[in-house]
Design a protein around this ligand. Structure first.
Ligand code: MIG
Length: 767
């Protein structure tokens, strides 16, 4: 029901309470640029865990109706919770729109019946056919998708015509999301991810809007299934709608895009500094199915002199896919091979799925059943679906007690010597159709249907895992997750799931990781070489080049595809692969410094050009280049056969990373890019810290810091700590400030606490 006329309002502290004809709403001022808007009484948020209110001046002015004023915003609220937001100088930034919707094609009842059956069958998994009871959910969703059912929450915002959209997590397509339509419903999609997909594994309903008048963000904080239409349906508005709950959203004003990202991450949390080794190279494959196969990979990595820090253990290490078990037949004595790897400087990362094998006598299952830790059917039976172990049940992660139980299991993994946890299948994915919407989970102690808990399942599992690892070994927890919600960045690194060995997917990597970064997830990566399908020498080569700056730097592939280790693709591929993994290790201090910056400001490692050059129209849609911090510009070749490419240089002067060749900004240049070249440039005045390449992180403490110094003037802060635990939060770190001025480089120690100074700091002038 519409809220109707605005009867009265009242300002209570920073809360602006609104009494409408048919209900109440609130505009809660968190700070002068961030306001939360909600209908009715607020429900707790999964994403926002800290109270981030800052005292700020708020007043209401009367101007034909109430206008809520902060130092930076003027917000008018009127009938039906219509909102318009202006900057302090009166410039209109955003306003709701009641423009009529583009009418859908009129569909005959016969067509609707046919399509609903088809859609239902799809939703319920092909093998079930249209008469499966699960298909009921399909009909419901179909009805909504076909616009025949009113969503619980629906909002329309005026399009002024100058909008560019960014963020939204892992959505497919190009960098600028204008003209796309998306859905937030965590989805395990085994087919090739294309632009036409509405949803992948993650739901991060954070939308950045860039307009000529400024940049701002909307965070639609709802775990319910929701949709965004970004100027596809109609060019006069963009729409948000959700299938449940009430309106609850934040307006985050910039005015710059960097401010929007900082504010959003202040609200939902920032990615904490990772362990240093996690930024090294990871080798993985679904198919390393014995201790022997893992040993072989490890020794070959060293023999080929490809630096490597981690080997992943996919589902085969478990006993019959039972989580928190070990297959002794194929992997030997529990943990022995993990310890062996450790002695050679490798960390081992095991996969864990949420599905627990239904298997009386198996401790994890028994404990869960006994304590009521698994999701239930509405009739009160433990709900069963099929996943890797066969029949499986699903931990009810919404309850703290269940999270604590699961967290306690991490100790089993760390005792085996494992160094982190890779959480998979936590959309949750299942083989016998999607979990029905009415499966009963809990939001803490309140029963909550799957329909509401679905999108936060991976989030809550990650949180439990993070806490468990922290308790188990006190190190910075290394958690990787496939599914997540807004705010999961506090607990996990993410990868983009099952991509394929396709040039199209190498191309998509750039906008996908850049938008994840803008959505709070700086620590992200793709499966290098592609997960599904067979890679080629050229594709693998271009992928390792393009991925050098992906915070998660992992080659992974699917069982049944051609193996994807770099030595299987000829001498040339191997040599280039080695060169780029070595470049990654050379630049580890730079990437680590950026992780520190991210923890402090929320700005990601990989950044789209638009983040720093938002006034430059050529940056708005740049999907094939990216910045690394502010200093480096990478323009990888992502096209088969190309040996040159066009590079757009934004404002400033740029220098080739290696040769120092100069390029003026605001130009497009054709740059040579033979197979072994990643076009990489440093901005004028850049100071880039590098270390000597080692076989793995910690092989020896870096004694020499080499600064690559490019022409111009600039400053740089370099950060160093033990790369492992939380001692840095108590001050156990070193920080240096370097400055290039009048042709001279000077250094200053900002903070001393780590206790391992460099033996030498060298400057290498390039260009
Ligand atoms: O149904 O564990 O995305 O990385 O190798 C497939 C096997 C299950 C999906 C993950 C992938 C992993 C695979 N998993």
């Amino acid at each position: 029901m519409k809220l109707g006329r605005l009867h009265s309002f009242q300002l209570s502290g920073q809360r602006f309470l609104l009494h409408f004809e048919n209900g109440t709403a609130c505009a809660d001022v968190l700070n002068s640029r961030t306001v939360r808007f909600y209908e009715g009484t607020p429900v707790h948020s999964f994403a926002v865990e800290a109270d981030v209110h800052e005292p700020t001046e708020v007043r209401v002015e009367m101007d034909g109706g109430p206008v809520l004023c902060t130092e930076d915003l003027r917000i008018r609220v009127s009938a039906d919770f219509a909102v318009s937001v202006c900057a302090a100088d009166g410039t209109l930034l955003a306003c709701t729109s009641d423009a009529p919707r583009t009418p859908r094609e009129k569909m005959s009842p016969r067509w609707i019946k046919k399509m609903s059956a088809l859609y239902g069958a799809m939703m319920a998994g092909a093998e079930n056919g249209a008469d499966d009871p699960l298909a009921a959910e399909g009909h419901e969703s179909a009805a909504r998708a076909f616009g025949m059912k009113e969503p619980a929450v629906s909002m329309q915002w005026k399009l002024f015509g100058d909008e560019k959209f960014y963020g939204l997590g892992d959505k497919t397509g190009f960098l600028n999301k204008f003209g796309y339509e998306y859905e937030n419903w965590n989805t395990d999609e085994p087919k090739a991810h294309t632009e036409q997909y509405h949803a992948l594994y993650k739901s991060i309903p954070f939308l950045i809007v860039l307009r000529n008048a400024g940049c701002f963000g909307f965070f639609f904080d709802s775990p319910h299934r929701s949709r965004l239409d970004l100027g596809k349906e109609n060019t006069s508005y963009f729409r948000y709608e959700a299938d449940g709950g009430a309106a609850d959203w934040y307006f985050l004003y910039g005015p710059r895009m960097t401010d929007v990202v900082s504010s959003y991450t202040a609200l939902t949390g920032r990615q904490p500094l990772p362990q240093l080794w996690t930024l090294g190279y990871h080798q993985s494959r679904w198919g390393y199915d014995s201790a022997e196969s893992v040993r072989e990979i490890a020794s070959r990595m060293r023999a080929e002199e490809i630096p490597c820090d981690a080997i992943h253990f996919d589902i085969d290490y478990m006993d019959g896919y039972r989580v928190f078990t070990w297959d002794e037949e194929a992997f030997g004595a529990p943990g022995a091979v993990v310890k062996e790897l450790g002695e050679q400087g490798f960390h081992a990362v095991p996969i864990i799925d949420p599905g627990v094998k239904k298997d009386p006598g198996y401790a994890v299952y028994d404990e869960g059943v006994e304590n009521g830790y698994f999701a239930k059917t509405p009739a009160g039976e433990v709900y069963v679906n099929t996943v890797w172990p066969g029949e499986a049940v699903f931990p009810d992660f919404g309850r703290e007690e269940v999270r604590r139980w699961w967290a306690g299991k991490e100790k089993y993994l760390t005792d085996l010597g494992f160094a982190g946890t890779w959480n998979d299948m936590n959309e949750p994915a299942s083989f016998r159709g999607e979990l029905p919407p009415d499966v009963v989970f809990h939001d803490e102690e309140e029963p909550m249907p799957h329909a509401k808990m679905h999108n936060v399942y991976g989030h809550l599992m990650s949180k439990a895992t993070w806490e468990g690892l922290k308790d188990a070994d006190g190190k910075r927890p290394f958690v990787i997750t496939r599914a997540c919600y807004a705010g999961t960045q506090k607990y996990a690194t993410v990868w983009t799931g099952d991509n394929m060995s396709l040039w199209m997917h190498l191309q998509m990597m750039i906008p996908q990781l850049c938008n994840l970064g803008l959505s709070g997830f700086s620590l992200c990566g793709t499966d290098i070489g592609g997960f599904g399908g067979d890679t080629t020498p050229e594709l693998l080569t271009r992928w390792i080049e393009a991925a050098v700056f992906s915070p998660l730097f992992r080659n992974h592939s699917c069982s049944g595809t051609n193996r994807q280790e770099p030595w299987l693709y000829g001498e040339e591929t191997l040599a280039i692969y080695r060169k780029y993994v070595r470049l990654r290790y050379e630049l580890l201090p730079y990437i680590y410094d950026l992780c520190r910056v991210c923890e402090e400001t929320g700005l990601p490692v990989m950044r789209p050009l638009v983040l720093h050059y938002e006034d430059d129209p050529k940056a708005w849609n740049c999907s094939d280049e990216f910045l690394v911090g502010e200093s480096l510009l990478a323009a990888p070749v992502v096209e088969q056969g190309a040996r040159q490419r066009i590079v757009y240089f934004p404002a400033g002067t740029w220098y080739d990373y290696r040769t120092g060749k100069k390029y003026e900004g605001n130009t497009r240049c054709i740059v040579d890019a033979p197979l072994d070249a990643l076009p990489l440039f440093a901005k004028e005045g850049s100071i880039i810290p590098t270390w000597e390449v080692t076989a793995y992180v910690g092989e020896k403490e870096p004694e020499i810091l080499t600064l690559r110094v490019y022409p111009g003037e600039g400053t740089y802060v370099h950060y160093r700590d033990n790369g492992e635990d939380f001692a840095y939060r108590g001050g156990a770190y070193d920080a240096y400030r370097f400055e290039m001025k009048d042709g001279k480089l000077s250094a200053q120690l900002l903070h001393r606490g780590f206790g391992h100074p460099y033996a030498e700091v060298r400057a290498e002038r390039i260009g």
